[in-house]
Design a protein around this ligand. Structure first.
Ligand SMILES: Nc1ncnc2c1ncn2[C@@H]1O[C@H](COP(=O)(O)OP(=O)(O)OP(=O)(O)O)[C@@H](O)[C@H]1O
Ligand SMILES: [Mg+2]
Length: 445
């Protein structure tokens, strides 16, 4: 992609020579005064500006200030005449990014521009680091067979560079997996931008995503949207039911042509972005409620990954619990490793976790403590209360295991540890009894 470069200088000779030299590497636009320069900058998407400080109409410093207001990330290089370093230094203090002498050579300017664009990317990345840090927080933990398959699917899709739809109840890990896909993909070094449309007024959604040009509506300024920020990287839209229908059309167009237009402009901007969508709603319901356009829905559900609720993958519960315990104990500066007692483990396994992993994480975050070696159910009043409320029906396997364990422990006590007596009482062969008792951790003499 050729970069768009704007030169603002009143020296026509210089403009002509510069244009001649620079056109080999850039799309060059020139402006003979400050006012036109600012206008051009507002209208088009320039990646770099060369600015003379002495202009006929307004001062170069004012132009610099305006440009930085319009887009703080666009690097501005001051053009200096040899004896005028002081002015250049002054401009650097006021926000210019670098300076170069009027008789520059092409390679020097090119290397300066490359460096500046790199730091610009860093600055843009930093702005989003907070969003990213929120997601980085957890490692992707799984042990169940279904999640192992999900993991394989995610690795496969990460490399395909296609758009993805993640479905699953609240708290199952859609945000985490969206980020995981980005990190496993060739786009990993570029931005991952999560755009939560729930927090944005519907009529501002398009400007947020696609950017605006001055005059698009009252108060509109030239501003980059999330698509341009995320260029080369990934945009994650965490709830498709929040996407207005008119925006769905624009997203479809983007998916087809890989181009966007800022609101109020008719200029196409080519952007290279992968889209990841998610929803915790039932897709059929969204369709029948008219929230999703059919064409949009069918387009984005080509690559769909469903993340099952935690209660359908109980093998993940204890590994997740242990991960959160160690995460929060180290975050709180608690020193030790904890044991989880049996009753607690059983309670965790039998609870239905309607809030899924988020609920488990929140519970552990709020209950972790420093004054015991072994964590017990009573240390988790939240869980205790819910378990006793809903304990009438447990998953059959769990109920069966509980019955079995109780039965054989009682039997062993009744028989005073005498295996033959226990065999008579229960009608189970003593050989088989020994095996069962041993599996329950009861040592038979
Ligand atoms: N497999 C996992 N390993 C570690 N942490 C997980 C896992 N799944 C989810 N979490 C954590 O649980 C919390 C909730 O997950 P996340 O925000 O991804 O849910 P979600 O599916 O996007 O929910 P919602 O639909 O409500 O937005 C996060 O802190 C996330 O890091
Ligand atoms: Mg989410």
């Amino acid at each position: 992609m050729r970069l768009n470069l704007l030169i603002i200088d009143d020296d026509v000779n210089f403009l002509n020579t510069a244009k001649k030299i620079l056109q080999y590497g850039f799309e060059v636009t020139t402006s003979k005064n400050g006012k036109n320069g600012i206008e051009a900058f507002q209208q088009y998407d320039f990646q770099i500006v060369l600015l003379d400080m002495k202009l006929p109409d307004i001062s170069g410093l004012d132009v610099l200030r305006r440009i930085k207001e319009i887009n703080p990330f666009t690097p501005v290089i001051i053009i200096t005449e040899y004896p005028d370093f002081e002015n250049a230094v002054q401009a650097m203090k006021l926000g210019a990014d670098d300076y170069i002498q009027k008789d520059f050579n092409f390679d020097l300017l090119k290397s300066k521009i490359e460096k500046l664009l790199e730091t610009r990317d860093l600055k843009v990345a930093l702005k989003y680091l907070k969003t990213e840090a929120e997601l980085i927080r957890n490692e992707f933990i799984y042990a169940s067979e279904v999640m192992r398959k999900v993991k394989i699917e995610i690795e496969r899709i990460a490399n395909l560079d296609v758009d993805v739809l993640l479905t699953g109840e609240t708290g199952v890990g859609k945000d985490l997996l969206a980020y995981e896909i980005h990190k496993l993909s060739p786009r990993r070094d570029k931005n991952f931008v999560m755009v939560n449309l729930a927090g944005i007024e519907p009529n501002l959604v398009d400007s947020e995503l696609f950017g605006t040009v001055k005059g698009a509506f009252t108060d509109a300024v030239n501003r980059m949207g999330k698509f341009e920020y995320a260029n080369g990287g990934t945009i994650y839209l965490p709830e498709i039911s929040e996407i207005p229908q008119s925006t769905q059309i624009k997203l479809l167009e983007f998916l087809q042509y890989k181009k966007i237009t800022r609101i109020g402009s008719n200029k196409d901007i080519r952007v290279d972005v992968r889209l990841i969508f998610a929803t915790n709603s039932d897709l059929e319901k969204l369709l029948s409620a008219g929230k999703l356009r059919d064409d949009f829905f069918y387009r984005i559900s080509v690559n769909k990954i469903h993340i099952p609720p935690l209660r359908e993958r109980r093998d993940d519960i204890i590994p997740l619990a242990k991960y959160f315990i160690s995460k929060y104990s180290s975050q709180y500066g608690i020193r030790r490793e904890f044991k989880l007692n049996d009753e607690l483990v059983k309670a965790m396994l039998s609870y239905s976790w309607p809030g899924n992993v988020r609920e488990l994480e929140n519970m552990i975050r709020s209950s972790i403590r420093d004054d015991v070696d072994e964590l017990r159910l009573e240390h988790f009043p939240y869980l205790y209360e819910r378990i006793s409320r809903s304990s009438s029906i447990k998953p059959y396997k769990l109920a069966e295991a509980e019955f079995r364990e109780n039965y054989f422990k009682n039997l062993y006590h009744q028989a005073n540890g005498d295996i033959n007596r226990a065999s008579k009482l229960s009608g189970i062969s003593s050989k088989y009894l020994r095996r069962i008792l041993k599996s329950l951790g009861i040592v038979v003499k």
